[in-house]
Design a protein around this ligand. Structure first.
Ligand code: GLP
Length: 260
């Protein structure tokens, strides 16, 4: 079952695709990503981590999508992990997507998490994105408190790449999701800080695709899609973008009017 609807005439920039479940959403997302990658030479794909897009990336690998000239740009990364720590977002993307697709390390772009936490490395990262010609398609998840990337509630809509302190809710949610080496999936604390693309940085991508699955995302997805565009719900800012696709399963889309 796939609905493909505009949320309302007032939101012409925003397409909502509702899949029956997480698997169907992943399949739709993977197909849209594959199409987008095929439309350009040297396409730039913005990748979110978190549990939601995991299956989408698996499908891209299973389908053997062409990675010719593809660049990957990460939204965010923890501060304080060793570069080889399997729990880091860059390590996760390398392992789950880049290596299986044959995308070399010099085509993976990660927000800076080195010792120098001044503005300079963050500005250099923004320049790096501009030099790439910008992100063609940005995949996004949504945090339970409405964050996108690590832009927590209260993040200014004009924020750029910067170091942030993570909320307790985000750290708790991510603790249960983090992967560790071996069989111990509870190892280690979630770092308190991260470097994240800002909301304004994210909105510069040519196209946004937000994925949300499961009942626990229903409330915040409805707030983000139907409430005011408000820094307290950072994901609401995607409605300012001219070309957004939200892919949600019926559980996550439960409170959106198209399902009622
Ligand atoms: C993390 C990431 C986000 C991600 C979000 C949702 O904190 N920084 O980029 O979208 O959480 O994660 P999940 O998909 O696991 O719910």
């Amino acid at each position: 079952m796939i609905y493909d609807l505009r949320l309302s005439r007032a939101h012409d920039n925003l397409r909502l695709v509702v899949g029956a479940g997480a698997e169907e959403c992943a399949s739709i997302a993977a197909s849209e990503i594959e199409t987008a990658l095929g439309e350009r030479t040297n396409p730039v794909l913005g990748v979110a981590t978190g549990a939601t897009p995991r299956r989408t990336y698996e499908l891209l690998v299973e389908r053997g999508v062409s990675s010719d000239g593809v660049h990957l740009v990460l939204l965010d990364e923890y501060i304080g992990l060793a570069p080889c720590d399997r729990r880091g977002f860059a390590a996760t993307i390398r392992r789950r997507l880049a290596e299986p697709l044959g995308i070399p390390p010099d085509r993976i772009h990660v927000p800076p998490v080195g010792r120098d936490q001044s503005h300079e490395p963050c500005e250099a990262f923004e320049r790096e994105l501009r030099d790439l010609g910008g992100v063609d398609l940005q995949v996004l998840g949504i945090g339970q408190n409405g964050h996108i990337a690590f832009n927590e509630p209260g993040s200014p809509l004009d924020s750029r790449t910067r170091v942030v302190r993570l909320s307790r809710l985000t750290r708790e949610n991510n603790r249960s999701l983090r992967e560790a080496g071996g069989n111990d999936d509870r190892a280690g604390e979630v770092p308190e800080r991260a470097c994240t693309q800002g909301i304004a940085t994210i909105l510069e991508a040519r196209r946004l695709m937000l994925l949300a699955t499961g009942e626990r995302k229903a409330g915040i997805l409805a707030d983000a899609m139907l409430g005011p565009i408000d820094p307290e719900v950072p994901a609401s800012a995607i409605r300012l973008h001219p070309d957004v696709t939200v892919i949600a399963d019926v559980d996550a889309a439960r409170l959106l009017p198209v399902i009622a």
